[in-house]
Design a protein around this ligand. Structure first.
Ligand code: ADP
Ligand code: MG
Length: 639
């Protein structure tokens, strides 16, 4: 490669599309580009300070880390510079254009949807925050960007240039450029005509205070003052570690702002936890629960983003300070005791970190409990709606806290939403001893599921579980408060002792079939279905529907089986078919069996099985055969 000439590189396809959308979408709040660039500069300073712990030389020449913003009215440029870690040539190429970043694709899908509907992308800004497309947001306000950067410890300075089209250019810095950036990164934005207001020092100062006040490094504005004096760098942010300040001097707005700055979010925190632990270890804690779920909540690679600081120095956001089922929490933990030179690897086995993790987990759960008790507060409901499915992972991951987590869990039942198990147990029907649940894909499906019929007839509340994780925790959490949890898709249920409400005559409406008749029908269906079922029996679950499928008493629940089959971890066991012996179709079988219509027996049996599959949200194994059978029966008539 000839180091003297500029090289052009195409943007990775998704980045190019993203830029196109950035340039052409109309945002109401373009000002967040500054927050994004400042946050990158601050990250760069954090990273240098961390690397300098083991290599002090990196910092020595210019030890005061700072971020500088310089508007130039004549040139119509805005420059954001930091003396942080910087980027070498390859890092410029990778970080600013070629390596797909996880959020990019998801962000674009959302944005494109909004653009297609011609909806004004009001929440574009919040999307940018959520999806982490930070740097590219600068193309909302600039039609040309130059990034001059020198990696700490390197002798070379490189310039990345782009007009936001298909690609960018990389070239070695000229001598002046190299002299301007002895370490770190300088980003020069050539502002678009409609973005010239960002040259106004007052406007810049307002934006910095709004979004970036709590950035730990000084943010200096270098601009002519109103009386035209020559520019003097002037610090415009507080640059204080808000978590070190006392609760009494902080207002709710301060916390919201700190949350926005620390978490890079735009929503309001649904819960704020700020305290100082003293004792065996001392550390300051400032944690937030967002009120909105991020797009990558279920990405297996997603970890808890709690930043670990040691005596105000940022170490990592990957210290595992909270278990993965609390990975939605954001914030900072600042330790007074850990050694500054602790490596990220050492953190994993550090006993002090383990103790912190335990204490923090306990505090977060207690705080959630307090929030949940506050009847009028919507906060807990918001958290549960956004993150309940994640918290439930704790039910199988954190055995020690299972009972506590079950106490926090909220459920949808026929009675209402956000029902706790405590409320459920308090509302037990006479003679009810078990907690019933039914798992499935959607609430609508579940509500129509015949397995609920007998419970409904007795007014028994059933937890309707629709999160994939539900199929898993229910296999381990088998009781709450000493009351067994029981799936309505599995084993035998016996509501016998719980009285039926409102319709005591129902049982007498149709003349009771005899046990002998029932046995004949069951045997006939069983013979007709052969290996498709492991058993056929009379149902206690059904009042209106004809049939349902359940799993055996000891195996997994039907829903779990389906999930396992989908992830091809098991073929699923053979189900049991339960029949409603009072249902006309089932009764017709008795008649068909004794009459001459043997064909009907086979077809009706198969239909009973297949309709039970459909009611569970499955597709019959042979849909064409199912349709043919149905048509045959209809044409033939059952008379
Ligand atoms: P994010 O900050 O979420 O990683 P960005 O799009 O804001 O995403 O930035 C992309 C990457 O570019 C950063 O992860 C970082 O590696 C690099 N980068 C951006 N700005 C700077 C800077 N001022 N100094 C050093 N590296 C930077
Ligand atoms: Mg960023």
């Amino acid at each position: 490669m000839d180091a003297e000439t500029a090289q052009t590189h195409p943007f990775q396809a998704e980045v190019a599309q993203l830029l196109h959308l950035m340039v052409h979408s109309v945002y109401s709040e373009t000002e967040i580009f500054l927050r994004e660039l400042i946050s990158n500069a601050s990250d760069a300073c954090d990273r240098l300070r961390y690397e300098a712990i083991s290599a002090p030389d990196l910092l020595a020449a210019d030890p005061k880390l700072a971020i500088r913003i310089r508007p130039d009215q004549e040139a119509a440029t805005l420059t954001i510079a930091d003396n942080g870690i910087g980027m070498d040539r390859q890092e410029l190429i990778d970080n600013l254009g070629t390596v797909a970043r996880s959020g990019t694709r998801a962000f674009m899908t959302k944005l494109a949807e909004a653009a297609k509907d011609k909806r004004e992308v009001k929440d574009g800004a919040s999307l940018i925050g959520q999806f982490g497309v930070g740097f590219y947001s600068a193309f909302m306000v600039a039609d040309r960007i130059a990034v001059t950067s020198r990696r700490a410890g390197s002798a070379e300075t490189w310039v990345w240039r782009s007009e936001g089209g298909a690609g960018f250019e990389i070239a070695p810095a000229s001598p002046e450029e190299a002299a301007r950036v002895p370490r770190g990164t300088e980003i020069t934005l050539h502002l678009k005509d409609d973005a010239k207001r960002y040259l106004d020092p007052h406007e810049i100062e307002r934006i910095v205070r709004t979004y970036s006040d709590h950035i730990l490094f000084p943010i200096e504005l270098v601009a002519k003052s109103d009386d035209g004096k020559e520019p003097e760098p002037r610090q415009v942010n507080t640059a204080s570690a808000i978590w070190q300040r006392s609760k009494s001097e902080l207002k709710p707005e301060d916390y919201t702002q700190a949350y926005h700055a620390i978490a890079g979010a735009f929503d309001d925190p649904a819960m704020t936890l700020h305290y100082r632990a003293e004792g065996r270890q001392s550390y300051a804690v400032l944690l937030f629960a967002p009120s909105q779920a991020p797009f990558d909540l279920f990405d297996p690679a997603r970890k808890a983003h709690v930043k670990l600081y040691v005596r105000r120095v940022y170490i990592t956001d990957d210290a595992g300070l909270l278990p993965s089922y609390l990975r939605f929490m954001r914030g900072v933990v600042d330790s007074e005791d850990l050694p500054l030179n602790i490596s990220r690897e050492m953190l994993q086995n550090n006993p002090q970190v383990a103790l912190m993790r335990k204490a923090l987990t306990g505090r977060v759960l207690t705080e959630l409990e307090t929030l949940a008790k506050d009847e009028k507060g919507e906060s807990f409901a918001k958290i549960w709606q956004a993150f309940g499915a994640v918290i439930k992972e704790g039910l199988y991951e954190d055995f020690e806290r299972r009972e506590q987590l079950l106490g926090l869990a909220r459920f949808t039942t026929a009675v209402g939403t956000m029902r706790s198990l405590k409320q459920y147990v308090a509302d037990f029907k006479p003679n009810q001893t078990e907690i019933y649940y039914l798992a499935g894909e959607s609430l609508d499906r579940l509500k129509a599921n015949p397995k609920l019929e007998a419970a409904r007839a007795r007014g028994i509340e059933v937890l309707l579980l629709t999160d994939p994780v539900d199929a898993f925790w229910t296999t381990l959490a088998r009781e709450y408060d000493g009351k067994p949890l029981k799936s309505l898709s599995q084993g035998e249920v016996d509501f016998g002792l719980v009285p039926v409400i409102d319709q005591p005559a129902k049982a007498e409406e149709t003349p009771a079939s005899t046990a002998v008749d029932d046995a004949v029908v069951i045997a006939a269906v069983k013979a007709a279905l052969g290996e498709r079922v492991s058993d056929v029996r009379a149902s206690q679950r059904l009042t209106d529907s004809a049939a349902c499928l359940v799993a055996g008493g000891t195996g997994p629940d039907r829903e779990l089986e389906r999930l396992l089959a989908r992830s091809s971890r098991g073929g699923g066991t053979t189900p049991i078919l339960e029949l409603n012996m009072r249902h006309p179709l089932v009764r017709a079988l008795g008649a068909a069996k004794t009459g001459a219509r043997q064909d009907d027996v086979a077809d009706i049996s198969a239909l009973l099985f297949e309709q039970a599959q459909i009611l569970d949200g499955e597709v019959p194994g042979d849909p064409a055969a199912f349709a043919a059978r149905l048509n045959r029966l209809v044409v033939r008539g059952l008379g």
